[in-house]
Design a protein around this ligand. Structure first.
Ligand SMILES: Cc1cc2nc3c(=O)[nH]c(=O)nc-3n(C[C@H](O)[C@H](O)[C@H](O)COP(=O)(O)OP(=O)(O)OC[C@H]3O[C@@H](n4cnc5c(N)ncnc54)[C@H](O)[C@@H]3O)c2cc1C
Length: 359
């Protein structure tokens, strides 16, 4: 059985591999550095479960009730360590305070971006902040189901396709589950990210231990990147960073993201988090250049969690028209030079690619 014909039909969420009771599906990396499912025909019994959990096949309608808010976490230290207004951390605390588990994306020791379980608030910083790299969900969906079956509270955060995959995977409502997805520009190649990290290590010496895509030290809406390698720390504008240049020129983005069905404010998650683009026009007094979150609730559960954490924020309710940034209207555009980029990426040394495609 083939799970997709064209690459853009697979978002790499991994739910199909996780749901397969015969362990017939493994996620394998393609030449662009993205994971795709490979089916072992000897083990496959054509039960179709893998199709049922695919967020790009289901074509389900979205929930109908949505509310829109802008918010900043009143705790400035947390907001400094967050990419937007720090609402994710409040949601995480909401669940951790109920002895629950948070499943979110952080770095492993090799700087791969992976989904991991956090059950102790002192480890929360590991999963704070956006990483503009597609995260590997591993076998996290089955772990989440096991936690829910135990009666544990769970918060899952991830890209909208990962969030929808979890919902389809679970295939039943759980009162103690909060699914929070993100507004998403696109998922970038994990292999290109790894090559970039190794290139930084060769160039500057020392192992990269931390990389912050949205460093706020310059009070510039987090448009600074920084990294540490044990010997030194560097911080510079995002637009000068080669990896971010390739990402924001859309060269390193996964094919499915160019036709993403989740570029809309309507979702099936409980709550959506993003940057409040254009807040300076709606509520200029709240914009201190340290990040304002966009919060969209889609369910009663999402609204209840938001009502609880809202008292720890400065916040306001607004209308849909106030929040419609590009990624809530259309998918990121496939650039004309992406094929050229990927062809050269496959054949040339990475240092040459960086020289050719950085601007
Ligand atoms: C790849 C990507 C693209 C994004 N594009 C946009 C955009 O175009 N417009 C916009 O408004 N917002 C975008 N965001 C969301 C935004 O950057 C913040 O993540 C979000 O607003 C939450 O911020 P926060 O301050 O509440 O919490 P933070 O502490 O910043 O929380 C970050 C949360 O994002 C999750 N996360 C981080 N990296 C990944 C990843 N690679 N995959 C899955 N989950 C991840 C973490 O698990 C954590 O839950 C994007 C995020 C990512 C990861």
């Amino acid at each position: 059985m083939k799970l997709y014909k064209e690459k853009q039909e697979c978002c790499g969420c991994g739910a199909c591999a996780d749901v397969c009771v015969k362990n017939a599906i493994t996620m394998k990396m393609d030449e662009e550095g993205f994971l795709y499912p490979a089916v072992d025909e000897q083990k496959c019994v054509s039960c179709q479960r893998c199709w049922q959990v695919c967020p790009l096949k289901k074509g389900a309608g979205f929930q109908k009730k949505h509310r829109y808010y802008g918010a900043v976490n009143k705790d400035l230290r947390v907001r400094e360590r967050s990419s937007s207004g720090g609402v994710f951390s409040l949601l995480a605390d909401y669940v951790l305070n109920k002895s629950g588990s948070v499943f979110a994306a952080g770095y492993d020791p090799e700087m791969n971006v992976v989904h991991m379980e956090i059950a102790d608030a002192k480890n929360l910083d590991r999963v704070r902040r956006s990483k503009y790299v597609q995260s590997d969900t591993g076998m996290i969906f089955r772990k989440i189901r096991a936690r829910l079956k135990e009666g544990t509270w769970v918060l899952f955060t991830g890209t909208p396709c990962q969030a929808e995959a979890l919902r389809l995977y679970l295939d039943q409502e759980y009162d103690r589950l909060i699914i929070a997805d993100l507004v998403c520009y696109g998922a970038s190649s994990p292999q290109i990210w790894q090559k970039y990290i190794r290139w930084l290590e060769r160039r500057y010496g020392g192992k990269i231990e931390e990389y912050d895509f949205r460093d706020k030290r310059n009070r510039d809406h987090g448009h600074t990147v920084s990294w540490k390698n044990g010997k030194e720390e560097k911080a510079y504008p995002m637009y000068k960073d080669p990896y971010n240049q390739m990402y924001f020129h859309n060269y390193t983005i996964r094919p499915s993201c160019f036709q993403c069905p989740f570029c809309t404010p309507e979702r099936n998650s409980d709550i959506t988090l993003g940057d409040f683009w254009g807040v300076e026009k709606v509520r200029p007094e709240i914009d201190d250049r340290m990040g304002v979150s966009l919060v969209m609730t889609h369910s009663e559960k999402g609204e209840a969690a938001w009502s609880d954490i809202r008292r720890k924020c400065v916040s306001f309710e607004c209308e849909k028209k106030d929040v419609l940034q590009p990624r809530l209207q259309t998918p990121t555009e496939r650039p004309a030079r992406r094929s050229l980029f990927m062809t050269l990426y496959r054949h040339l040394p990475f240092s040459v690619i960086l020289r050719l495609f950085r601007r």
